[in-house]
Design a protein around this ligand. Sequence first.
Ligand code: AMP
Ligand code: MG
Length: 337
Amino acid sequence: MKKLGCLALCLLLLAGCGARRGGDRQSQSATLFAMDTVMDLTAYGPKAQEALEAAEAEVDRLDARLSAQRPDSAVWEINQGGGAPVPVDGEMAALLERALAFYGDTGGALDVTIYPAVEAWGFPTRAYRVPDQAELAQLREVVNGGAVALTGDTVTLAPGMKLDLGAVGKGYAADRIVELWTELGVTSGLLNLGGNIHCLGAKPDGSDWLIGIRDPEDEGETLCAVAGCDMAVVTSGAYQRNFTQGGVTYHHILDPATCAPADSGAASVTVIGPSGFTCDALSTALFVMGPDRAAAYWREHRDFDMVYYTQDGALFYTSGLEGRLTLRDGLEGQMLT
Ligand code: AMP
Ligand code: MG
């Protein structure tokens, strides 16, 4: 186990922890705060410095567009529509189309109209509160991904509805950075966007990256490590944002069916695949679904991998990870086939 803890630590060191910019000519690292989280970026090769600058500018651009909180962001403008159509550009239309496709495909578990509920629980402002049953019932009236009307260049929300792209934004940002770095000719890089890990290519020496998945109950411990290259490794966990009131802990992943924190039996869900957006959307959705529905979803799709850790301490993983997953000593995992 200590070996894995050490690996995770090495990885973080490699990714350039701390508020600094540094590295030799062939690798550059930066740490920044954007999208409400700390981001560590490392690029290798002669274009590393240029790559970091491009990534920082892109993250700032996306933060300014996708934040539900920032006045004048594209999402904020959509949320002010009050029932009228709001013009959207091609990027926003494509993002919403993809997110709404997951709404349909996950039986509503991923619902980007969740924002009124996220606000009611106090997550954006950190002024946390527990809405009562009557308020939750009202929220359920306006949380409805099926009611988003998207044409090629406008989006219309019913009065009271509001979008939140928090469940997919970091995954999308990782995909965009990978695109920019690939255009620049960067063939090796590592992104950690607040728990959304993305590996570009292989490590500079050609070997696989090794990404530790943390133990939800213990920040200093890892459950397992996944080896691979050109992959997103995205985790949704109850430990990532929560508050405790009256002895009960409430976390930030809400079940759209109840508008309350998902009580699905999940402790953390990590999704591994080529697309940051897809892995981000699925990690949130599979958390909401709970272990049984998540396993059934994987069996139907089989185009991603996952490590699912339940509140009871059970771990299961999908067969694509066979030979790539190292479990910590003493932890048993069950492979889904
Ligand atoms: P993630 O960390 O990717 O799992 O996303 C969690 C964030 O997405 C939360 O902080 C909310 O802003 C938002 N969110 C919470 N529950 C849902 C849900 N069921 N569907 C879509 N977005 C959600
Ligand atoms: Mg997500």
